[in-house]
Every structure is written in C-alpha cells, then in structure tokens.
Write a new protein. Structure first.
Length: 239
C-alpha cells in the first residue's frame, strides 16, 4: 500500500477499525449556494444520515418530510415511507443529469443522488481509497502559507459512484484530510476545492465536522467565494 495512504489511514483510526465498521451515523446540516441554484434550498437543512461502510448505500431520515426517508444506492434512489412503501424512485439515477446546465432545476431525486453519493464518499474517506479498483499515487507537496500539505491523486473505477474518475486529496503533517479537489461530472465538470476542518474522534475513527466547497481558480488556488456547499456534522457514531 502507498506509504502516505498508510499514514492517512492511521491518522483516521486505522485500517483494522475501518474494516470492522458497519455503519456511520451523523446528524447536522448541509447548505450552500448550490441547493438554491437548483431549486432545492434547505432540502438538507436538517440532515440525519446513516451510511453503510462496506457498500455504497446511504439513508437520509426525514428526507423532504419527517415521515419519509431517502435511500441512495448507485443504481437506484428511493423516497419511501418508514414502512418501506415507495413514493418515488429512479433507476440509473446518474443518467438523469444528462444535458443539465448550471441553471437546470432539480427535483428531490436529483438532490438525493448527488448528496447520497457525495456524503457516502466523504464519510468513508480515507477507507474509500482502499476499495477494489482505486489506484492512488503521491504527488508533489502543496504549499500553504504556514504548512506544506502532502497530496494523493486517486483514480476511481467507473463502477463506483463518485464525483469524477480522478480526484486529489490533501493532508496535513498529522495525516488529516484538509482539502479534496474534484470536478463533479453531474455538475458539468467545474473544478471545486472541498476543505475539511474540526476533526473529531468517534468510536475510534476520525471525521471532519465542518466542510465547505468553493471554486478553484486557474492557478489551482481556491477562491474565497461563492461557498457552494457547507457541511456541519455532530453526534457522529460508528457501529
């Protein structure tokens, strides 16, 4: 395994603990400009999330209504009642973004797919990088004003629902995730920088509790605005 990835896995709780984990639960809020641009403002203002660790599946309890939940898997998204009665669903949900422009409005199933795969990726990283078919390599240092960050470039298999096939992860000297660059295919491939802060330990694993996403400038530096997405999590637990 890559030496930097070994350091990163240890910093986030260790590979053995990640392999033993079954679910991650978190509560919080997901906001930012993106949701209002797509006509889905405050759809995740109160987010109750449970992610399966060993497979791509994530559930938002109270999705669009306190009595409903949204279920993401790569091949299908579902809005259902608590008794599992399906109210709306979509197979091959990624195909529903074809031809979208920056101002194309979404319906809740679009938001469920995008937030579902994104949050699953975020919550399971860095264990995400050990999945079959993922190839990582260390890049040159990235210089910040007060610290050099080490970087991993990851190439993902097409079968994995993620932002795009190639992404870059930035880590501080302790091995903690600080920045994550990607260009989401479902948003037209515009480069973005996703920053992670305020890490906490929960059930032996380490997670950032504050995240925000901004555009990337031509020189690779992050713009200060607009803030496209914010993620604030609390009450994180692992089973």
């Amino acid at each position: 395994m890559n030496a930097l990835l070994d350091l990163v896995l240890d910093a986030h709780g260790g590979l053995r603990r990640w392999r033993a984990a079954r679910t991650i639960h978190a509560e919080g809020s997901i906001g930012g400009l993106l949701w209002s641009l797509r006509g889905q403002e405050e759809i995740f203002a109160e987010a109750d999330i449970t992610a399966d660790v060993q497979q791509q599946r994530l559930v938002f309890e109270g999705f669009t209504d306190p009595g409903l939940r949204g279920v993401f898997t790569p091949d299908r998204v579902v809005i259902e009642q608590k008794d599992c009665e399906v109210l709306a669903d979509r197979n091959a949900p990624r195909d529903a973004f074809a031809g979208h422009r920056a101002d194309t409005p979404w319906v809740p199933l679009h938001a469920l797919y995008f937030a579902g795969y994104a949050m699953w990726n975020y919550l399971t990283a860095p264990y995400l990088l050990t999945r079959p078919g993922v190839v990582v390599e260390e890049l040159e240092f990235w210089r910040e004003p007060d610290e050099d960050w080490r970087r991993l470039r990851a190439r993902f298999p097409e079968a994995l629902a993620t932002h795009c096939l190639e992404q870059v992860f930035y880590y501080d000297t302790a091995g903690l995730l600080r920045r994550h660059d990607y260009a989401p295919d479902v948003l037209g491939g515009t480069p973005a920088a996703h920053f992670s802060e305020h890490h906490v330990r929960a059930s032996g694993l380490v997670f950032p509790t504050h995240r925000f996403v901004v555009p990337v400038q031509d020189d690779g530096r992050a713009a200060s605005e607009p803030v496209l997405i914010t993620i604030d999590l609390a009450d994180i637990s692992v089973t």
